[in-house]
Design a protein around this ligand. Structure first.
Ligand SMILES: Nc1nc2c(ncn2[C@@H]2O[C@H](COP(=O)(O)OP(=O)(O)OP(=O)(O)O)[C@@H](O)[C@H]2O)c(=O)[nH]1
Ligand SMILES: [Mg+2]
Length: 218
């Protein structure tokens, strides 16, 4: 039996160089603990979590709690999986673009990942949060906070420095991305004067294809 006791299925996707900590970050977010045992991801994987999002109701002004089922797609950073992983970009609603604060090259590669996103995501300015990982490794840190913030500002996206070891900013990074995705949905719903039968919003890219379709497929 399919478990469909939620209002929205939201698909977020983590991307970035191999070894930046995508799998470890997502595990920390869903299990609330650090696991150092992961080996490199082969192709694509996903984790899930239920959260509550407080948004606006059908009238566009009153507050309402929505039950959100988060699907967190974990992509392989290795080059050999690139065509497979970028094929998943189109279906994701928001992106955690990650680099390793102890690895300058992974930061320089953020520009390439952003180009990949712009070419393959649902639109050319998708909802993205820039995440610097391994903030606990202060002694081997190799990326300047100002540089990272400037890059995020240039792209107009939020920036967080996180650690899967301490948990710092992990929830905040995901919640910020979820808020961006949900706000985009609300704007597309109320801006376009369209809504689902229950008055709750749909995403802009889903709305274009099927204005009254729910993500929950049951
Ligand atoms: N100290 C520290 N180590 C971390 C952190 N996050 C990940 N790591 C370590 O970094 C290494 C790579 O982590 P992964 O999560 O496998 O990296 P990935 O981005 O999923 O790599 P691919 O699957 O190859 O794309 C592992 O040894 C992790 O234990 C962190 O916040 N702090
Ligand atoms: Mg991985």
């Amino acid at each position: 039996m399919v478990d469909c006791d939620y209002d929205y299925l939201i698909k977020l996707l983590a991307l970035g160089d191999s070894g930046v900590g995508k799998t470890t970050f997502l595990y920390r977010y869903t299990e609330r603990t650090f696991n150092r045992k992961f080996t490199t991801t082969v192709g694509i994987d996903f984790r899930e979590k239920r959260v509550v999002y407080t948004g606006t109701g059908a009238d566009g002004t009153s507050e309402r709690n929505f039950r959100v089922h988060l699907q967190l797609w974990d992509t392989a950073g290795q080059e050999r999986f690139r065509s497979l992983t970028t094929a998943f970009f189109r279906d994701a609603m928001g992106f955690l673009l990650m680099f390793d604060l102890t690895n300058q090259q992974s930061f320089l590669n953020v520009r390439n990942w952003m180009s990949q996103l712009q070419a393959n995501a649902y639109c050319d300015n998708p909802d993205v949060v820039l995440v610097g990982t391994k903030a606990d490794l202060k002694d081997t840190r190799n990326v300047n906070a100002r540089q990272a913030r400037e890059l995020a500002d240039r792209y107009g996206v939020p920036y967080f420095e996180t650690s899967a070891v301490t948990g710092v900013n992990v929830d905040l990074a995901v919640t910020s991305l979820l808020n961006l995705v949900m706000e985009r949905m609300e704007q597309s719903t109320y801006g376009a004067h369209s809504s689902e039968p229950n008055g709750s919003p749909t995403t802009s890219h889903e709305a274009e294809e099927a204005p009254i379709r729910r993500w929950c497929s049951c």
